[in-house]
Design a protein around this ligand. Structure first.
Ligand SMILES: C[S@@+](CC[C@H](N)C(=O)[O-])C[C@H]1O[C@@H](n2cnc3c(N)ncnc32)[C@H](O)[C@@H]1O
Length: 289
């Protein structure tokens, strides 16, 4: 559990000072006894969507090695990284100083032993002084932030050299799943920032297409484009936040099930089965030097 007793005003002040110096925080979390490092790792309690839907996330959302490689390449050799909306720790480089920021207790609890220290905080108000880290990272999280522009400005404020964001381009057309569930696009399009918003927040950016492998191990919305049966599995849907927002996906999933059984899906979309990767609109945004 992330909270270990009452937070007194003195303790709050001490933690605030500690958190303003990330390298000190990392040091404490590595060398201090477990009870102390826990205090350094987790600070604020807040309710979060992922406290409700995040249970079992790490079993389904396993980092994909090909995506990890693209993220590492985008980060370059930056020494310290803040990973905002870090969840269970996917894609955190093991050979750098990483500090994770994550609001959800449920997600924090799924971080593997030995993973980077985590601060329980909100992207729109990062508890670090300017330029605290060489690089900032945000993977499939910006669309959850209550004020996306403010969060991106925060990410840039605390990152000295580079910001890397993995996101989905709301101008992209969707894929066969949205033929069954068009509501997905209605929900996601207003949530994901337009690609031009990233440039407005972060300055000049490079936008890289991230094709999704047919056997992607990270079960986000588009991951199963070549494994349609997967969307019929409640555990898979439970690890995809958009499904939690659909009003009543049951009838559409039933139609998918029938189309798979009758061969209709294969008739319509079978051409995809020969592809090894597909551009579904996922983009890596790389800003800074
Ligand atoms: C789809 S998960 C991605 C987690 C991780 N980056 C990954 O790639 O597995 C989205 C994460 O964003 C977090 N999140 C939601 N609102 C947030 C906020 N306001 N500030 C920071 N993180 C937030 C969620 O709790 C969740 O862990």
């Amino acid at each position: 559990m992330p909270v270990f007793g009452p937070i007194t005003p003195g303790l709050r002040l001490g933690i605030a000072v500690l958190m303003s110096v990330p390298s000190l925080m990392i040091f404490v979390s590595i060398v201090a006894p477990k009870s102390v490092s826990r205090w350094a790792n987790v600070v604020v309690v807040m309710q979060a969507l992922y406290d409700q839907i995040g249970c079992g996330y790490a079993n389904i959302r396993k980092p994909d090695v090909r995506i990890a490689k693209a993220i590492r390449r985008a980060l370059g050799d930056r020494g310290s990284v803040v990973n905002v909306g870090a969840g269970a720790g996917s894609y955190e480089p093991l050979d750098r100083h990483v500090v994770a920021v994550e609001p959800s207790t449920t997600m924090i609890a799924q971080r593997p032993a030995g993973s980077a220290p985590v601060v329980q905080a909100n992207a729109v108000s990062l508890p670090f002084i300017n330029d605290s880290f060489d690089a900032g990272l945000a993977i499939l999280t910006v669309h959850h932030w209550p004020d996306r522009m403010r969060g991106l400005l925060e990410l840039q404020r605390v990152s000295r050299h580079r910001v890397v964001v993995l996101t989905w381009d709301p101008a992209s057309p969707g894929f066969w799943l949205t033929d069954y569930l068009p509501e997905i696009l209605d929900i996601d399009r207003p949530l994901f920032p337009a690609i031009s918003d990233f440039e407005r927040a972060l300055g000049p950016t490079r936008v890289e297409t991230l094709p999704i492998p047919h056997d992607c191990t990270d079960g986000f919305l588009g991951a199963y484009w070549r494994r349609p049966d997967a969307y019929l599995d409640q555990r898979v849907r439970g690890a995809i936040s958009t499904f939690s927002k659909l009003s009543d996906p049951g009838p559409s999933l039933e139609r998918l099930n029938k189309d798979l059984e009758s061969g209709t899906w294969r008739q319509r979309y079978g051409g995809l089965l020969t592809k090894t990767e597909l551009d579904l609109g996922y983009r890596l945004i790389v800003a800074g030097a």
